[in-house]
Design a protein around this ligand. Sequence first.
Ligand code: ANZ
Ligand code: ZN
Length: 816
Amino acid sequence: AETYDAVALQEKWRAVWDEREPFTADDDSPREKRYALTMFPYPSGDLHMGHAEVFALHDVVARYWRFRGYEVMNPIGWDSFGLPAENAAIRNDEHPSTYTYANIETQAASMRHYGLAFDWSRRLHTSDPEYYRWTQWLFTKFRERGLAYRKNSAVNWCPQDQTVLANEQVVDGACERCGAEVTKRELTQWYFRITDYAEELLSELDALEATWPNRVVTAQRNWIGRSEGAHVSFVVEGREEPLRVYTTRPDTVFGATFMVVAADAPLAAELCTDEQQEALEAYRAEVRRASDIERLATDRPKTGVFLGVHATNPVTGAQVPVWASDYVLADYGTGAIMAVPGQDQRDWEFAARFDLPVIRTVQPPADFEGEAFTGDGAAINSANDEIDLDGMGVAEAKAVVIPWLESKGLGEGTVNYRLRDWLLSRQRYWGVPIPVVHCPSCGEVDVPEDQLPVELPELRGADLKPKGVSPLAAAEDWVNVDCPSCGGPAKRDSDTMDTFVDSSWYFLRYCSPRYTGGPFDPAVTNAWMNVDLYIGGVEHAVLHLLYARFFTKVLRDMGLLETGEPFGAQLNQGFVINQGKKMSKSLGNGVNLGAQLDEFGVDAVRLTLVFAGPPEDDIDWSEMSPSGSLRFLQRAWRLAGDVTSAPGTDPAGGDAALRSVTHRTVEEVQRLVEGHKFNVVVARTMELVNATRKAIDTGAGPADPAVREAAETVAQLLSLVAPYVAEEMWERLGHEPCVAQSTWLDVDPALLVQASVTAVVQVQGKVRARLEVSPDVTPADLEAAALADEGVQRAIEGREVRKVVVRAPKLVNVVV
Ligand code: ANZ
Ligand code: ZN
């Protein structure tokens, strides 16, 4: 059979696309706008199979919307600052900028080769000064609004990358990027006050439930971690100010037999008696040496030190000792707890270790054999002269005790969030300089707007290896400046920003990428936003997606954006794996994308990835058949060569059965794409190819206008996944390029009704005829048609018909 040359096709059509740029979005178009966004890549190396998958899936949607008549913006850019690129550059003994921009060019060329429907006119790189100028501007605006501030505290420190990390970047006590165990350091750092938006970030997740993956919504809810409880005040001997604690279980206050303060909080030293200061200091030194992994390990024995003071339990009047320990966190709640060992396992273990009393305040079930009982049950030991909780369940006891504490001035109901402020300073070179000058007389001074960007100095030849202090601090010429306020000698802030700051607003910049009056043109951006579909990896469920939502809300409050939620719908693709395992260097099971493309062609690889299964599922490449995909594409392509009617032929009057298949396919594809069932779109396209082939070979014939209609539809459907061969088919069918800009078939509702079904007629259990009948044929009509059939008459051979069983419209059974 006739075949095409995939490589030759690719070269031919890439030249046409490069010249025509068919996917440039028009801001002023009267059409309804749709914004398709794929997470922009880090420029570390060339594209890999994972990129190939996500871009192939994403392209289906972008191209489909275009067919549906929307003005589609489908931009691309690079998240080009940051640790991965910087680390790779240092390993290769290159300047990060050389390495980064070379990789960007490689990836851009691969994307073009891969035939993606990107709008190249909107391309951006976050490491370009004209981009990060606005990242700096945003930082300054956040500072004006009190949303960026500097504070000293114990922070997460990656000893490998020699930089601080945000809480979001610490995964199970290890650095999200390099896997090293994270330790603590006391440092003065910049923070974004994301906690101001905790409630809104949480409550607006409800509306996203319908269109966001469940696991992302859940991960964000857990990360924000809202809990309801109370603040309770304990009087401390010899101290005017009470010790306040945050508790989610104020109902257990009768069982509070000791108190624990975070060892690394200043409060611990404040409360500590002179005699105990030395012991406290020794303990704090020990705590600082431990990593978070050790600190959080549940099987680790509890440690702590007595502070030498007692507090009064406000409901029992008992004198309870105050301790310091590292199992209480300095930056959560008030940094101090009332310990209730009867109901809290951590407190139980602490009490056991230091021999402190336990009073149960919830009755465990008779068969309970554990230590602390954390379940629901009747309150016990929980009464004094004024209040009696005994017998109440947890919820009821809470509802009674909170107003009582409030009426006595002993506490108040409150809401708490696990979410912490976002630590954004990084002690690394390859990032956005923080636009602040430190002046001995004026303090922290913003670099004025007209002096932005503060450009990152090149420092060619300098040692950029991480040393715990940003390499910028050693760049004397750069770091020493005149104070923008008083003109005196001052120093630039030498830290750079977390890369996640760069990616928190890039989707806004895409809307007006060359705008010079601000980070984006509000009018244009508001016309494009929200992003209608955001496709990317689930690893960003908390970090990037939470930060981007935060930025969007702040920009809305600044009056620059109308929307407070950036991403309408979201899809997380699965992984491409090999032989059941994640691809990795150590396993040697990596699949090289370039080699696959060379062997099977772009179209076949893309089709394979989309057809593999639901987009959320992992794809095991070893189970895929790109050569099978290529054979199918050849089959589809041959249809175009067989059609003999002229382009523009009116399909009305063509073969009704084939037309019905074509129209039903197009109608169903609408629902399939919107429902992200891209693999089924491919399956339906395959069915349409089969139906068309059958019509050409054994049915209406190649001249029938319905055959042209079907073949043209195949070309359009295929262009969603296999753009090169689709373009070639379109040309062979006598059309001008590009198929992606052609008009999608207008579905005729009259053709959606199935025109006919096949009824099988059996005589004595043997099939003797197949009749094409209307789906609504009456049993009587079907029986008459069956008995009138020649083949059936021959089988009856004049014998007497004893019985006719009719199951309209599919089956007739004749018994003689
Ligand atoms: C007494 C109590 C009794 C508690 C009980 C729990 C069970 P969430 O739900 O995460 O908000 N806590 C408060 N501040 C803390 C801190 N800085 N570091 C470590 N633990 C802290 O957890 C709130 C509960 O965690 C609080 O309620 C407190 O212990 C503890 F049967 O208070 B609870
Ligand atoms: Zn000054």
